[in-house]
Design a binder for this molecule. Structure first.
Ligand SMILES: [Zn+2]
Length: 376
């Protein structure tokens, strides 16, 4: 109890000091050299794919059982990300997304805020999508989860609690995001979306009819993300990703798109190997489509990683089996296409370093990221 109090106090103090010092220009990390090392003048666009709960053995299990090659295996630069949160050696998706979006490790359950509830009232760290948007890039988030899910929200909201579904939506409506598509959050209405300048889309045809220059909030219903969809008028992840790139890629300054395959995690919690591998294959097909775009475009960085591993899949004899229904602290895959400036081959880095290095690749420096504090 006392130890927990001390930890809370120290966490409060740390985040306050960072917030205070950077806000008033007293201290900023010296990152100029690191920024220069990672800068790649060739990269204009970023496609950041997150397989929720996807560990190394999720790939091995899928390859073995489905007898399919995976596009993820074709990346020449493969490394790993060390996943943990500020509050635990095992992160949840909210803190995981926060690390991957803001460069800050926060408490499990928190979204885009410092590891202290108090600070959410006063300040929060900017996320990489917001920084890209400020630089004139177009930005979007697509997911197979609800748009209020932890991973999409980590790139579009700042809330001390991932369960603040309505507040998350209002953060997203007030944000500068160009498109956010996923399963319905249960509260957004067409009218509310329109009032905030978004086209509301709820079907595949409505999504496909969107034109460049529009801003859109996708609220798809049904269990749409399975391979055998009963409702053909609902998009799958690959269709969303391809259309999103089509809408975003006309900005002179480039674009940033986060794509989440959420059901790898959900089926891993249930230890449902068959559905997990289906979800992973769909995620993999989406990656293939994004690589195809990137190869043609020549200025696009494609990153694939996970927020954490789920299910502790182990090799048991000649098969891979789940040994838990929870998340683990295992390292997860980190795959890169388009530049060797994010990681070198076989490099293992902390989850929170990924967005910082993305920022450096794009030419942003310590004035932009990661310690910029927004006073609210
Ligand atoms: Zn999970």
């Amino acid at each position: 109890m006392f130890a927990a109090f001390i930890l809370k106090f120290l966490s409060a103090l740390t985040s306050f000091v960072i917030a205070f010092c950077t806000t008033f220009g007293i201290w900023a990390p010296s990152t100029t050299k690191e920024a220069a090392e990672h800068y790649d003048s060739n990269i204009k666009n970023v496609i950041f794919l997150i397989g929720d709960g996807m560990g190394f053995n999720h790939l091995n299990k899928t390859k073995l059982e489905r007898k399919v090659p995976l596009t993820m295996d074709t990346f020449e630069i493969q490394g790993a990300s060390m996943t943990r949160s500020f509050s635990s050696s095992v992160t949840d998706s909210a803190a995981g997304a926060t690390a991957l979006s803001t460069g800050i490790r926060t408490n499990n359950g928190a979204l885009g805020v410092y590891p202290l509830d108090l600070n959410a009232k006063y300040s929060y760290p900017k996320n990489i999508r917001e920084i890209c948007a400020e630089k004139g890039m177009m930005t979007g988030v697509v997911t197979t989860d609800s748009t209020g899910g932890a991973t999409p929200s980590g790139f579009s909201a700042h809330e001390s609690d991932r369960d603040n579904n309505e507040e998350i939506m209002y953060d997203q409506l007030a944000s500068d995001i160009d498109l956010i598509w996923g399963a319905s959050n249960g509260v957004l209405t067409e009218e509310l979306a329109a009032e905030n300048g978004f086209d509301y889309v709820a079907t595949y045809s409505e999504m496909m009819a969107l034109e460049e220059g529009s801003r859109s909030f996708g609220q798809f219903t049904n269990d749409l993300w399975t391979l055998e969809q009963s409702d053909a008028n609902t998009p799958n992840l690959e269709q969303m990703a391809v259309k999103a790139v089509d809408l975003l890629d006309d900005a002179d300054e480039g674009f940033f798109l986060m794509i989440e395959g959420a059901h790898i995690d959900k089926h891993s919690h249930n230890n449902d190997g068959e559905k997990m591998t289906e979800a992973l294959e769909e995620f993999d097909r989406t990656i293939a489509a994004m690589l195809e775009y990137a190869e043609e475009d020549g200025e696009t960085l494609v990153i694939v990683t996970a927020d954490h591993e789920t299910g502790v899949i182990k090799l048991n004899g000649d098969s891979y089996t789940f040994t838990s229904g929870s998340h683990s602290g295992a390292n997860v895959p980190l795959l890169v296409y388009g530049t060797d400036k994010l990681i070198t081959k076989d490099e293992t880095i902390n989850n929170y370093e990924i967005p910082i290095r993305i920022a450096y690749i794009l030419g942003f420096d310590e004035d932009d990221f990661p310690f910029e504090v927004v006073l609210v």
